[in-house]
Design a protein around this ligand. Sequence first.
Ligand code: BGP
Length: 466
Amino acid sequence: MMNYQFPKGFWWGSAASGPQTEGVFDGDGKAQNIWDFWYEEKPEKFFNEVGPDKTSRFYKKYQEDIQLMKETGHNSFRTSIQWSRLIPNPETGAVNPKAVDFYNDVIDGLLANGIEPFFNLYHFDMPMTMQEKGGWLNKEVVDQYVYYAKTCFELFGDRVKKWFTHNEPIVPVEGGYLYGWHYPDEVNLKHGVQVAYHEALASAKAIEVYHGMHLDGEIGIVLNLTPTYPRNEQNEADVKAARLVDGLFNRSFLDPAVKGYFPADIINWVKENDLMPITTPEELKIIAENTVDLLGVNYYQPRRVKSKETPIENTGNSILPEDFYDVYDMPGKKMNPYRGWEIYEKGIYDTLMNLKENYGNVRCYISENGMGVEGEERFVNETGMIEDDYRIEFVTDHLKWVHQAIQEGSNVQGYHMWTCMDNWSWLNAYKNRYGFIAVDLEQEGKRTIKKSGYWFNELTKNNGFD
Ligand code: BGP
C-alpha cells in the first residue's frame, strides 16, 4: 500500500490532439483547417514562425509513439480526430479512406497494447470550408459537425468507448472572438456568445446521436475549469466579480453540459448587455435532454479577480469580460518560472469538490494537467535526458490533492497529463514544452523519454506513490 494509493482501474495516461501532433497537414487527402490557413496567411503570428506543418509527426510515428506510451505506463490516451482529415469536403460528406485507415490503425494499436483510446471530436480545428460559412456562428455548421460526429461513431464506435464532443469550447470563443489567439481573430463578444451557444448545441446534438446508437460506451465533453477566487472573500464586490467570471468562463459550458441549462445569472448578464444569441425552444430542449455521461476536466491554473476600479459604460459589441472585473495579482503567489502561469495545486481539489457538491458528483477525470517549460534544453544531463524534476514535483503535488478529493468522495476516475510527446501548441508553437517525452525537431522528431516519463511509469505501475 502506497501513501497515496489510487482506486483500482484508475485511468493513467496523457492527452494530445490531432492538429497538434499528426503532421501531414496537407497530405493523404486532408483539407485545410483554420490553422493551416492562418499560418499560410500570417506566419509571423506563430512563435518563431513555426506552423502546423511542423508537428511531432504522429501520423507517421504512431506505432513508435504507442510503444513509448506503453513504456511510460499508459493505460489510456486521448487524442482527437481531425474533421478536415476524415471529411475533407463536408459539402459532399465523403469520407477519406486514408484517414479511416490511419485512425483504425491508431485505435487497434492502442488496444493491442492495453491502452484505452479516448477520442475527442473537436480540438479547435474548424475545417476551412466550414469557417468560410462562418464556422460556429452558422447553424448549418452545427449540423455538419453532427454528421461528422455520427460518421466517427459509426466508423470507430465499436472499439472507442470514451468519446468527447469538444476540448475546451470556451477557448475558440476567447481566442477567436475576444483576444486574437484563434482565427477568425475578431473582437466581437456578441458573436462569441452565439458561437458558445452553437458549440453547446452541437455537443448536445452529438450526445443525442451517440446515445441513440446504443454503442455501449460513454460520451462527454472536456472543459477547462478554472477555479476563480476573489481578492477578498469578505468583500462583496470582489465576490460578485469572481462569481461573474466563474459564470462566463466555467459555468457557461459546465451547466448546460451537466445540468442541461444555462446559468440564470449569466443569461441575465447576457441580456443586460444586449448579447443574447439566437436560440429556439427545440434546441434548448435538446440541450436539456442530452447531458454528459462523463466530464473531462483540464486544470492548469486558477483565476484571481477583484472588482473593477472604474466600471465601464456599455459600448455594445466591443465589450470584453474584463470591462467588468480586474485581474488580481496576488502577492506571494507561486509561479511556474518557466511559463509564467500561477501554480496552485489546491485548485484541482476545489474544482473536483465543486463538481461533487454542485454538479451531482458527475463522473469525471482530470483530462489535462501539466507544466509548460520554455527552454527545457538547459536541463539535459550528460546522457542526453532532460531532468525535469520540476514537472515531477508539479504532478505529485496536484495528485496529492486529487487523492484528497477521492478520500472525500469525489467521483474522479483518472488523470491524464498534458502531454506525452512535446507538441505544437497553436500560436505558441513549441515555445512551452509539456511532454514527458522530448521531441527533437532537428532530428526528424526523435523521441527521448524525460526523467518524468520514467517516473510516470513507476507511478502508474504502483497505482500511486509515497
Ligand atoms: C490547453 C489546450 C492544449 C494545449 C495546452 C498548452 O488549453 O487544450 O491544446 O495547447 O493548453 O497550452 P500553451 O502551449 O499555450 O501553454
